[in-house]
Write a protein that binds this ligand. Structure first.
Ligand code: SF4
Ligand code: SF4
Length: 440
């Protein structure tokens, strides 16, 4: 769909872009944006336009990411890298409090660390959606997180519309992109010599009033719309979301979970790169004398065995149960908790999985198996069903030789006791441990 120009669109020449960075710095913002680092396009401090990865792009596929030189000098001619904005709003390590022992008495002190005032530059549409998802978790839930709330409320968001897509992107399936439609202060679409700029908030309007802008010409608006349409046309990956929650939750004992588990390393990469994952643990670190401690929140993952440790044992004690927890939470039970999917279609977990596990393919596998089961259950379908079983791997990658088993199940779709893990506790999604908060 080619979107139309809006009356509010203005034009910022690339030659004037440094004015924006200087203005933000002058207002006390720490500008964070895309830059080259560690063989990838990562997020870091931006002081000058020279810090942007001009002329570079990213080549992505399942289990594959490479930096590649472009044949032009585009400033934002790439998609998303291994990092996301969550590392600034929900840092990998946050000090919660300190305690000091004085004269035999422990004194607790809440951590008082300065909260940076960030300006995020280059936020993509799927990332705006991811910020919204994390807002629901950390700001709009029954227990708002004060660390997140403060960082988020003072952050300025300058979005950049994608003008190209990677083979791993599927934001169109999740209705999150590639066009930035809300959740930004300013949004830019890159052209060869400048940017078409849209205003998304009163704060963005104030900022725009201090920039050397000109009204965007009709041609510039058309070029920007064409560039955005190009990104949309390049998206080839698809995730069918209709009935997805029911599909996954009605197949908790499907043998395909074992097949994924045989490939999955339980390395947790997919959760670390995901812009919406928010599992964490709390650690206490003491000094050598045992007189001071710091309590810190650190990123954790449902793929880490210890994450489900309760009372001397693991609730999710095998990779099958951990992968299943991750996928069903992302795509099914997240809806129950937060009223939205936990996936925004950014494709990071596909690129950064070392063995190239692709959630869109896994879901397609479950769907294909469900369709086959329906087909096989038709009256008189027995003979045909026998002939199609054993035909090897289907287009989804799911083995067609394994019959789809619609297991009988207990209350709320949980597995029956034949699958009960150690400790006699169900490892089904939604069976929360006492240590759990919202993200398991
Ligand atoms: S799905 Fe891939 S990235 Fe995620 S834990 Fe398994 S091997 Fe690691
Ligand atoms: S589950 Fe994968 S594709 Fe979806 S938001 Fe997370 S990293 Fe992106």
């Amino acid at each position: 769909m080619v979107d139309q120009a809006t009356a509010d669109e203005q034009y910022l020449a690339k030659a004037d872009f440094q004015v924006l960075l200087d203005l933000l710095a002058g207002e006390g913002y720490e500008v964070i944006g895309p830059t080259l680092g560690e063989g990838a396009i990562v997020y870091g401090p931006l002081r000058s336009v020279a810090d942007l990865p001009r002329g570079w792009t990213d080549e992505q596929e399942a289990g594959h990411y490479r930096l590649v030189r472009r044949n032009d000098e585009a400033w934002f001619g790439f998609v998303v890298g291994p990092q996301s904005w969550k590392q600034y709003l929900f840092p990998p390590r946050t000090r919660l409090l300190t305690a000091k022992c004085e004269h035999g008495t422990w004194k607790m002190q809440p951590a008082e660390e300065p909260v940076p005032k960030y300006a995020f530059l280059g936020v993509r549409a799927c990332e705006l959606a991811a910020l919204d998802v994390q807002d629901r978790v950390f700001m709009h839930s029954a227990f708002p997180d004060p660390h997140y709330v403060q960082r988020r409320q003072q952050a300025l968001v300058i979005a950049v519309n994608c003008t190209q897509a990677a083979p791993t992107c599927f934001c169109t399936s999740m209705a999150t992109g590639p066009r930035c439609r809300q959740g930004f202060d300013l949004a830019l679409t890159e052209l060869a010599e400048g940017f078409v700029l849209e205003i998304g908030s009163p704060r963005g309007r104030e900022l725009a009033a201090r920039l050397p802008l000109a009204p965007a010409s009709e041609q510039q608006c058309r070029d920007a719309a064409d560039a955005r349409a190009q990104a949309e046309q390049q998206i080839t990956r698809h995730l069918a979301t209709a009935g997805l929650r029911e599909l996954l939750l009605s197949n908790l004992n499907h043998p395909h979970w074992d097949e994924v588990a045989a490939r999955c390393l339980s390395c947790a990469n997919c959760t670390m790169v995901c812009p919406t994952c928010f599992c964490s643990s709390v650690e206490e670190v003491s000094d050598l004398l045992g007189e001071q401690i710091a309590r810190e929140r650190v990123w954790d993952s449902c793929f880490n065995p210890q994450f489900s440790y309760v009372h001397g044992g693991l609730v999710r004690h095998n990779i099958r149960s951990r992968y299943r927890q991750w996928l069903t939470h992302k795509l099914a039970t997240w809806h129950d908790q937060f009223g939205t999917s936990g996936c925004v279609g950014c494709g990071r977990c596909i690129s950064w999985c070392p063995v190239g596990i692709d959630l869109t393919q896994e879901v397609a596998g479950f769907r294909a198996a469900a369709d086959r089961a329906l087909f096989d259950r038709r009256p008189g379908a027995g003979e045909h069903a026998a002939s199609v079983s054993g035909q090897g791997r289907g287009p989804s990658g799911l083995s067609a030789s394994r019959p789809f088993l619609q297991q009988p199940r207990g209350e709320a779709g949980r597995p029956l006791p034949d699958e009960a893990p150690e400790l006699g506790q169900s490892d089904a999604p939604g069976s929360e441990s006492p240590r759990s908060t919202e993200g398991r």
